[in-house]
Design a protein around this ligand. Sequence first.
Ligand SMILES: [Zn+2]
Length: 246
Amino acid sequence: MQITIRMDDITPDMDYARFSRFKALLDKHDIKPLIGVVPDNRDEKLAIEEPHKDFWNMVKELEENGWTIAMHGLNHLYTTKDPGIFPIGGKSEFAGLSLAKQDEMIREGKRILRDNGITTDIFMAPSHSFDKNTIRVLKKNDFYILTDGFGSGPFRSKGMIYYPISVKRSSSLKDDRKGLVTFVYHANTMEDKDFDKLEKLLETGKVVSYSAFRQLDIKDRTIFGDIWQYTVAKAKYTAVQIKKII
Ligand SMILES: [Zn+2]
């Protein structure tokens, strides 16, 4: 199994020291990740520094250097507790809201990106949470790819393309079959040991740039695949909750 890297929570007020440390490791191995840019961050948890004025220029430059950009929600605020159709989180910015409201939010996010010179067809849902209405408005607004779902390569379900994330990193690394999955990182909260792990991962030679997904055939997912994914996601969420309790 080959691995791609996804960095969440890229905002003008993120932790730039940690971001740069992450980027330096990627650069050393010539790996270009997917970054989830929040169009208009209102989440105080993500606000580590004063907003950098040259943020959008930096994003544009990264894109020109081969990095892939995804729209990561709109404000990154969790307004509902709806886990949606891929239930690995217990909260959402979108799932549970009306179609009209979600449409308004996706359009606004897209407009902010466009005003800053960024166009993308990839959506990264905060807390991995989206519902059927989210899918409908994403397609309406020309987003066709979600960086979510479980699988071993790109798959299509109900007209949406999914570039899957790893269920369990250790298992993906041991898996010798052909395939491509994504490891998810939040640089804002990474400690020394997390950077060490990332460095070790990059040294395995299994990591490739995110754009590799675009070269692969997209498989059609059956209803059984959808049910399997829902069950695994639910189990993963439950396991995390149990770990928090004990
Ligand atoms: Zn996030």
